[in-house]
Design a protein around this ligand. Sequence first.
Ligand SMILES: Cc1cc2nc3c(=O)[nH]c(=O)nc-3n(C[C@H](O)[C@H](O)[C@H](O)COP(=O)(O)O)c2cc1C
Length: 103
Amino acid sequence: MKLLLVYGTGEGQTEKICRFMAEHLAGRGHQTRLVNAAEPGPASDPRDFDFVVIAASLHAGRYQSALVDYVKAHHAVIDARPNSFVSPSRLLRPVMIGRTSRG
Ligand SMILES: Cc1cc2nc3c(=O)[nH]c(=O)nc-3n(C[C@H](O)[C@H](O)[C@H](O)COP(=O)(O)O)c2cc1C
């Protein structure tokens, strides 16, 4: 299977986690491509992959803007194939998808 892992990272933890996942999946015979959303290129088109992993960490309640832009640009293609979302955080409380009832 061809897997694309696109990540946003602040201090590098999400990159380390994605690198570990990519190496583990490659070890199981899958083709993996690891892409920093801040440095996308032609090789990060999700149409070329069977499975897409999106990963982003929370900083002050927000995900990395480059990652959000990538997902907004490609959400229909990502949504049309198996995918997963990984979010390293301390106390998950994102505002990207709207405020909670407690504000
Ligand atoms: C400046 C800063 C702000 C953070 N803000 C949040 C936050 O709002 N919510 C949360 O759950 N975690 C927050 N965290 C925790 C990070 O999401 C967590 O440490 C994560 O592993 C960082 O991954 P990264 O190095 O890939 O950015 C924050 C961490 C830092 C350093």
